[in-house]
Ligand binder design. Structure first.
Ligand code: MG
Length: 248
């Protein structure tokens, strides 16, 4: 069942979303060659707690850190550790915050210094596909109109969408119904209604769509070890369209 949110609840989720956006903005300054991913985690957690929020990922199914840091061929769920960022890396940073009983979740991929042309292209395509998906968040559309819009942008750019991990409904819980695939034919699934709130999150690979989970049980890598990028926003369906709750 998809839980619809009231205007009041969406306002609370926007409060959590603001903190998420602040952390992602802070990361613009912190992401540079020589920075350890554990430092990014520390900065994020301190900021979230300074805003009276709780890091939503910390302890979630046993996840050990406050954010996910996914470098190069890591698709999602990379665990912050002593790894140092190097010039030319790309890093996906995923942040979830619980505030006032509600969760918001967003991610973006950052360039570390100067990156390759391919890295720039995959980052751009991923961000563009998220925008295309969000444009489909209107009452009367169907859930997979979002999926199809994302897949179309990604494949037109010559990249592939991950199918093993998908977006999700969000609210009091980080993962609520429905699942939101980043692929598939349009016009399927439930009709979109006011009060639905989705975490839409294209995960885009440069080569094969196939991924594998590493021995730590979290880190997801591309099977061919080529690059991957990730972008995500928490989006509410309101009377006049989509409201992105995790914009700065
Ligand atoms: Mg998510």
């Amino acid at each position: 069942m998809i839980v619809l949110k009231s205007t009041d609840e969406i306002a609370k989720m926007a409060g959590a979303g603001k903190v998420v956006a602040e952390v992602l903005e802070l990361m613009l300054e912190e992401v540079k060659p020589g920075t350890r991913t554990s430092h990014l985690d520390l900065v994020a957690e301190e900021h979230i707690r300074s805003r009276k929020g709780v890091p939503a990922f910390l302890g979630y199914n046993g996840f050990p850190k406050s954010i996910c840091t996914s470098i190069n061929d890591v698709v999602v769920h990379g665990i912050p550790d002593a790894t140092t960022l190097r010039e030319g890396d790309i890093i996906g940073i995923d942040v979830g915050v619980i505030l006032d009983g509600y969760v918001a979740d967003a991610a973006r991929t950052y360039a570390v210094g100067k990156v390759s042309e391919q890295a720039r292209r995959i980052m751009q395509a991923t961000e563009k596909s998220l925008k295309a998906g969000i444009e489909m968040c209107r009452t009367g559309k169907h859930l997979t109109d979002i999926s199809h819009a994302i897949q179309t942008v990604v494949e037109d750019a010559g990249f592939s969408v991950v199918v093993q991990f998908v977006g999700h409904g969000i609210g009091k819980q980080m993962h609520e119904e429905p699942q939101i695939p980043n692929f598939g034919p349009p016009g399927r699934g439930p009709k979109l209604e006011e009060g639905m709130v989705f975490a839409i999150e294209p995960m885009v690979n440069a080569g094969t769509y196939e991924v594998e989970v590493m021995e730590d049980g979290w880190t997801v890598r591309t099977r061919d070890r080529k690059l991957s990028a990730h972008w995500e926003h928490t989006v509410a369906l309101v009377s006049d369209g989509a409201r992105i709750l995790t914009l700065p």
